[in-house]
Design a protein around this ligand. Sequence first.
Ligand code: G3H
Ligand code: 13P
Ligand code: ZN
Length: 340
Amino acid sequence: MPLVPMRQVLDEAAKGGYGVGAFNVNNLEQIQAIMEAARETKSPVIIQASRGARKYAHDRFLYHLMIAATEIYPEIPVVLHLDHGNSVETCKSAIEMGFTSVMMDGSLMPDGKTPSTFEYNVKVTREVVEMAHAKGVTVEGEIGCLGGIEDGHGAGLDGLSHLTDPDQAEEFVKLTGVDALAVAIGTSHGAYKFTKKPTGETLRMDRLIEIHKRIPNTHLVMHGSSSVPKELQDIVNQYGGKLKPTWGVPIEEIQLGIRNGVRKINVDTDNRLAITGAIRKVFMEHPEEFDPRAYLKPAREAMKKVVMERMIAFGQAGHAGDYEPIPLSVMAERYAAAAV
Ligand code: G3H
Ligand code: 13P
Ligand code: ZN
């Protein structure tokens, strides 16, 4: 099965009322962990690479690893998605490389830090939509800036002003034609999202529900959705790590999101923690070991376990065989005919 356009995977998820995890990768073992988890749970998957990942692994390595994944796991629909594209150019290079979906994160300027204006965001996102849809490639946009509410970290803004404004979300979708929209509701990237279990004050699911009511046909995306489970933190710390106590996004809140239009859930940190914990364990228990396979294999297993748990919790498990992939050329025709 060729790489699949993300729009199809999200449309199917909307029909079936489930969510699809989007897992970040940088290397062979992470791709293998996700594909094994997908096979075992019969799940469609979204595999995403950040700009950092593309730089670390090199585009062509990533692309060919992904093609290998489609050959070895022909029964699994797989999307290759660009995570947090910072400019039209970055998205263009990903499309040329064969990504079937791109995120144009115009909520920030190309430095990836400075919040942008609504007008700038619309302009760059619209440009990417035109370029991507002509090739059948899916586009995710973002409105509002990711970041915690407790301390206004993330985008460096105070209070609630960085959260997605429902009026703006509606206007943004109308003006850009994005397939999917990332919303800011108080989540942030990394391990340190909340200093205690999030409440309705710090994780604004009410805002997400309001946005869904305004744009019921746009697939919503939750970034910063690692749950940062205590068990994973404990393994890292038990074997010499120094993580400070922290809370992530509870699975039940993600499930509430899925009941309210969330179709793509971004998870990276939980897998990083699982990998690091497994490697630390081998290093501490077997200091004589120096064959990388001795620690990469348990690391891959630990990540596979986390991914399987998420696939089951998000509801994508069991849906791999529901549909045949739509070729990008057919998607392009549908966009041109405004039939999607
Ligand atoms: O967007 C955040 C993802 O966790 C990717 O992180 O930019 O360090 O590859 P990265
Ligand atoms: P986490 O850091 O919560 O895993 O979020 C990842 C993410 O949003 C990637 O875009
Ligand atoms: Zn993100």
